[in-house]
Write a protein that binds this ligand. Structure first.
Ligand code: FMN
Length: 177
């Protein structure tokens, strides 16, 4: 099974990339995991959207090949980061790269409320007619994320790890139905 991991942060020291590495450690032997190259996506601009655009072609191929998408969002100013929204705007155009694609959404923030506010916005975006993804019902918010993962993706909090495993196991099971 091919799973594409989209992490909505382009920072090398990103806490959400630590969560992405947790998926590598836990599920790398079970499914084929690919990490989406978010930093390669140009700024959306209608003036260039019909020009041959290798990054956007590659983006569409990656979504096309994936049986499911794990989308890990940070929370910036109570919403999703601009880099993630920018990619979703591209995905909403033309062949609509995420249309009907199963998406398991989660995220980590250093605050006490996790990414709940960002995930409410991401739900709206994924359900918009242009994006039209198939959002998996279970979502996970990791609060105090900087205290819960090592840079190598080890989870230091058993409760968080239990929720992540349950969510991902249920998501993978939903893809084989
Ligand atoms: C521009 C900016 C805005 C932020 N806004 C929020 C916020 O609204 N809520 C929150 O819980 N954390 C907020 N934070 C803290 C982030 O949760 C924290 O920096 C987190 O590590 C970002 O994810 P990343 O490390 O994967 O990029 C913000 C951080 C930045 C840089």
């Amino acid at each position: 099974m091919d799973i594409l991991i989209v992490t909505g942060s382009i920072s090398e020291k990103s806490n959400n990339k630590k969560i992405a590495r947790w998926f590598d450690r836990q599920y790398g032997g079970q499914v084929n995991l690919t990490h989406f190259p978010l930093a390669s996506i140009p700024m959306f601009n209608e003036d260039i959207e019909d020009d041959p655009n290798t990054e956007i072609d590659a983006m569409r191929r990656l979504f096309d090949q994936a049986d499911g998408v794990v989308m890990i969002t940070p929370e910036y100013n109570h919403t999703i980061p601009g880099v993630l929204k920018n990619m979703l705007d591209w995905a909403s155009r033309g062949k609509r790269a995420l249309k009907d694609k199963p998406v398991f959404m989660l995220g980590g923030s250093t605050g006490r409320f996790g990414t709940i506010r960002a995930q409410i916005h991401l739900t709206q975006i994924l359900n918009s007619p242009g994006v039209a993804a198939k959002l998996f019902a279970r979502q996970i918010q990791v609060d105090l994320v900087d205290q819960k993962f090592t840079p190598q993706g080890e989870c230091l909090d058993p409760t968080t790890e239990k929720h992540l495993k349950r969510g991902m196991d249920e998501f993978l099971a939903s893809l084989t139905l």
